[in-house]
Design a protein around this ligand. Structure first.
Ligand code: PLP
Length: 433
């Protein structure tokens, strides 16, 4: 039977999957109500091309991952080159040049004091690893600190662990009974003193292992923004009470907020930093959790029970690490900061105009990210305004994905002024009903 396959030949294209008859179960998708997804066939720069030949502006950088643009040449080249040498190898037994060089580069680029790099493959796993490192740190030191403190409205991923440290709501109602307990501090408003006081009270109890935050921008929670002073204040309280600070820079890293890291705005270093998305320029999956020397040293011992017991099959995949290294080279050798400054300026102009539209409120910007809220229930807007705005924009050739009634634009850094016109014109021409 040699040559015979146990798997039936795939049905030819055109058997219905383009129109919705598909075994594929897509993420965050209600298949009963959402129209079939357009088929992406190509991408270049700020645009995605579909099977029917339409060019769609990627106004959300494909879930916030694409930084320099789709198929950025030096990153694609690095992926091709690496695939000629080493595709995958078990990282518990071997190391390799892309992982070693990328780790050194990350330590150099990261906020001071982060000296160790643990690889994984998604934002969620980077956060899981961060939480496990924090708990392991206290366990290995023999201290009874098991409590994690989180900020209201946060999002850190969709695994059981990362949902536990995220906002509880409709998205995780089914899992709520099994999520672990956390302490919660309010989202900062005004000068943030209420938030700082709440954290001080929790931290003073002496059982807090770590505080985890999305620095400056709470992404999936609605692009909610707070100032660097609050972040600096939280760091100080962590220091006073020996609490570890975990910065989830999965979304905010790699220039999104105008600096390489959001933590840079507050001039602070976390004890643990999680990065993914833009780590490979958004090309292939990779994540890293950076840790301070004390966190590493708590796991460094001739007593093998103190080992950091975590791995995933594809830890430090060489092709992904090569893509990460190429991304770092782009940051080193190209005027990325200047490009980001341009995007920040263009975004500010567009947001200004949209802010004058009485159908919107709460305009806000942090670096390359702008957000504004639709006045739901007023001026004719309905509660399903988000999905309908998304459909309207797609028909105009723009990919946007409102969070509830919050519209945000988070473009790749190669976006042009004319491209942004497309996005904001699409938003401004949305008619309720
Ligand atoms: N943390 C933050 C702040 C995020 O924004 C996300 C994803 O949007 C995650 C974690 C989870 O990342 P991933 O979807 O790669 O698991």
């Amino acid at each position: 039977h040699q040559g015979e396959s146990v798997i039936a030949a795939p049905k030819p294209a055109g058997d219905g999957w383009q129109t919705g008859e598909s075994p594929v179960w897509r993420p965050f998708t209600q298949h009963a109500t959402e129209p079939p997804a357009p088929v992406a066939t190509h991408a270049e720069g700020a645009f995605i091309t579909t099977g029917d030949g339409r060019r769609i502006l990627d106004g959300i950088s494909s879930w916030w991952v694409v930084t320099h643009g789709h198929r950025y040449a030096p990153i694609m080249q690095a992926i091709r080159d690496q695939s000629e040498r080493l595709d995958q190898v078990i990282f518990a037994n071997f190391t390799h040049e892309p992982a070693e060089r990328l780790a050194r580069a990350l330590v150099e680029m990261a906020p001071e004091g982060l000296t160790r790099v643990f690889y994984s493959d998604s934002g969620s796993t980077a956060v899981e690893v961060g939480l496990k490192m924090a708990l392991g740190y206290w366990h290995n030191r023999g201290a009874a600190r098991h409590r994690i403190v989180v900020m209201e409205h946060s999002y850190h991923g969709d695994t059981i662990g990362t949902m536990s440290v995220g906002e509880r709501g409709v998205f995780n109602a089914a899992y709520n009974p099994v999520l672990f307990d956390v302490g919660t501090i309010p989202f900062p408003t005004g000068d943030g003193q209420t938030t700082l006081d709440a954290f001080e009270a929790l931290a003073a109890a002496g059982d807090v292992a770590a505080l985890i935050v999305e620095p400056l921008v709470l992404g999936a929670g609605g692009m909610l923004m707070y100032g660097p002073d609050v972040l600096a204040g939280l760091r100080q309280i962590c220091d006073r009470h020996g609490v570890l600070l975990i910065a989830d820079e999965v979304m905010t890293g790699w220039g999104r907020t105008g600096s390489l890291w959001a933590c840079d705005h507050a001039q602070i270093s976390p004890d643990i930093l999680c990065t993914s998305k833009g780590l490979t320029g958004g090309s292939v999956p990779l994540a890293a959790t950076l840790a301070s020397e004390p966190v590493f040293q708590a796991h460094y011992s001739t007593d093998r029970s103190r080992t950091f017991f975590h791995s995933s099959s594809f830890t430090a995949n060489p092709i992904a690490c090569a893509a990460g290294l190429a991304n770092v080279e782009v940051w080193r050798t190209e005027p990325v900061a200047a490009r980001i400054r341009d995007v920040v300026r263009m975004q500010a102009g567009h947001l200004d105009r949209l802010a004058r539209d009485p159908r919107f409120e709460n305009p806000r910007q942090c670096g390359t990210i702008t957000a504004i809220d639709m006045k739901v229930g007023q001026a004719g807007y309905l509660a399903d305004a988000g999905p309908r705005l998304r459909a309207h924009c797609l028909a105009q050739g723009v990919l946007l994905r409102p969070l509830g009634n919050t519209v945000y634009v988070l473009p790749p850094y190669c976006v042009s002024s004319a491209d942004l016109d497309l996005a904001y014109d699409a938003i401004a021409t949305f008619q309720p009903e």
